[in-house]
Design a protein around this ligand. Sequence first.
Ligand code: PMV
Length: 348
Amino acid sequence: EKAEKGEITWQSPSNIALVKYWGKKQNQIPANPSISFTLSNCHSTTTLKFAEKEEASKNFDFSFYFEGKKKEEFRPKIQQFFERIENYCPYIKEYRFEIHSENSFPHSSGIASSASGMSALALCLMSLEKQIYPDTSEEFFRKKASFLARLGSGSACRSIEGGLVVWGEHPEIENSSNLFGISYPYEVAPVFKTYKDTILLVDKGEKTVSSTVGHDLMHGHPYADSRFDQANENLRKLKQILKSGDLEEFIKIVESEALSLHAMMMSSLPYFILMKPNTLEIINRIWEYRKSKNIPVCFTLDAGANVHLLYPQENESQVLEFIKNELVAYCQKGHYICDEVGIGARKL
Ligand code: PMV
C-alpha cells in the first residue's frame, strides 16, 4: 500500500547546546555526549512534496527551494543526507521530491539553520514513511526522526523533542544514545523549564569554518581526549545542577563549555578565531553586569561570533534593559533575537 502523491509540512526549532558537541567518529557518532535547550522562535518550516514514480530511479530525484527560490547550492548537503539515510529509508528512490524550506530567522544572521532544517526534513520523511507503513508507532517515529536528523547534521538530532535534550552515551544518563537525541529523562528545577535565550547578532556573515571542517579538526588535536573527558564530566555535574537549580554552578559549566569549544578551534591546525572583538566586549559586559547586579545571566557560543544570553524568565525585564542599554551597541545593526526554551517540532 502506498502514498502516491502528497505533501507534508513540519516546523522544527533550532537548539542551543549547554555541553557542546565538537568532534565526531564515523557515521555521525559524537565523540562526546552533549545537552541542549530546544528553542522556540528560531525554527525552520519545511514542506516535502512527494510523487511516486513508475519505477525507482538510479539517483535521488529532488529539487530544493529556500524561501520560494530554487537553490542549487544546498543540493550537495541534501544529496549527502539522502545517501546516508538510503539504507534506512529504501523507499526514497521511488519518489520525486520537492523540498520547500524557510526559516523564521533572517538567513544571513549567522544562526545555523542546519539543526532546524535537517530535523524538519527528517520529520517530513518520517511522515511519508508512516503513510507507507501506517503501523509506525509514535515512539519509533520520533526516535527514527532524530536518528535520521543526526545523519543530516549531528546537532539536528537534538531538535525533535522539547525542553532539554541529550545526545550521546553517558554512563549517568539512562537511555542516552549515540544514535539519537532523547528528552532529558530526569525532573529539573522549574527555573530551567522557562529559560530565556536572547541571541545577539554580532556577525551575520558566513561561518568561516563549517562545522564539518571543525569536527575534523578534532582528529589528531593534541587536547582532544581531555576535551571529551571534560564534556563527560561537565554533563555529570550538570545533572546535579539541573536538579538543584544552582544557577551559580550552572553558569560556570555553560560559560566554560563555550570557551572550551572556542579554545579547541584556537588550538587546532589550522587554527581559527571565530569570536569578533564585539563578542569579547559583550562577554566582558556580561561579567561586569552579573557581578554588580547579582543577576544570573550568562553567555554561550556556537561555532561563530554571535552570543547567546541565557537567563531565567524572572529576570527578563532587567536583562532586556541591560541588552538595550549596553549590549545592542555591539550587535550588527543593533539586531538580536528573543527566544526561549520550546516544546520541540510540530506537524503543521
Ligand atoms: O551539527 P553540527 O555538525 O553543525 O555541529 C554543531 C556543533 C556546535 O553547534 C558548535 C555545538 C553543538 O553541540 O550544537
